[in-house]
Write a protein that binds this ligand. Sequence first.
Ligand code: 3PG
Length: 387
Amino acid sequence: FKKLTDLELAGKKVLIRVDMNVPVKDGVIGDDTRIRASLPSISHALAAGAGVILMTHLGRPTEGTIAEEDRLAPVARRLGELLGRDVPVIADWVGHTVQAGELVLLENVRTNVGEKKNADALGQQYAALCDVFVNDAFGTAHRAEASTHAVARFAPVACAGILLAAELDALGRALAQPKRPLVAIVAGSKVSTKLTILESLADKVDQLIVGGGIANTFLLAEGKQIGKSLAEADLVDQARAVIAKIRARGGDVPLPVDVVVGQKFDPAEPAVTKPLAAVTDSDMIFDIGPDSAAQLAAVVAQAGTIVWNGPVGVFEFDQFGKGTETLARAIAASPGFSIAGGGDTLAAVAKYGITEQVGYISTGGGAFLEFLEGKTLPAVAMLEQRA
Ligand code: 3PG
């Protein structure tokens, strides 16, 4: 696909689809990472002499209506602070035009009728605003919507922004031609929501580290006692197949040898560490134990590439966070190239203060997961089609 940085932009009207879908509560932005991540493309286009129109979604409003909490005012305010200039929000945007050096933000695209359905008519209206359409919304690249897909079909020129290109480059480096050993950490409560990822990674990784409910299901598949722990007994065959596939290629799925258990899911629940073999019928596994954490840390220390999605324990409760913390510190210290993505994972990265040490932190949630599944991201496919 074409890249923003390769184009001549002076005097052009540039429409940039960004993903500024940030958490907003009572008009206050909780985490502005996605806004900051969009700045390089915006600054590049303005410095090159373009007039810039931005568009993003926020939340999941009903099309054709606009409630106060759907409005982009807080996003525009934060963006304005970061850029040191005013960023007007344009509600009545059809046919809007910008001069060189101007910067505006269109109101929440998900309030436009036809956005979710990827309507041609809406895509044409967006496209008519610009000479160049730039997709810089990696976080929304797994959605074919009018502002990510149809617009790219109808715009005179369609290209990838700096963030989108960087995300695809980092993910490609991690998965297409990884420096080996390639270690993936896939954790979370359910195998069912990440089965496609596990199956896709089974063909690629040298070591697969599983955690949380996913690890429990894998332990069950290996005939271990997991007490009352969260698991999906109906998926043990799939778990077994993933393990077999990786072992057949000379790799491994190192499972916990010790665990930290509780009797109920509660922030004040005392943590009890025990060997896996000592787990009783009433135990619930909430974290990996110190021996397991040390083993996994050693795996991570040897890695050429690390892909991390999901905490290995209930790290929101400190007493069940040691496994995730040990692993996080091992990732930070590993000479391997690491990439982390997904909401819970980024919360763990922030909690243990390793942001600077992770090789690449993805802004994608669903998009990051779909990339790991090996799926083609539709918004990217459209850019490729246009090139
Ligand atoms: C995200 O937060 O993952 C993206 O912005 C996409 O949002 P969506 O899941 O509402 O499409």
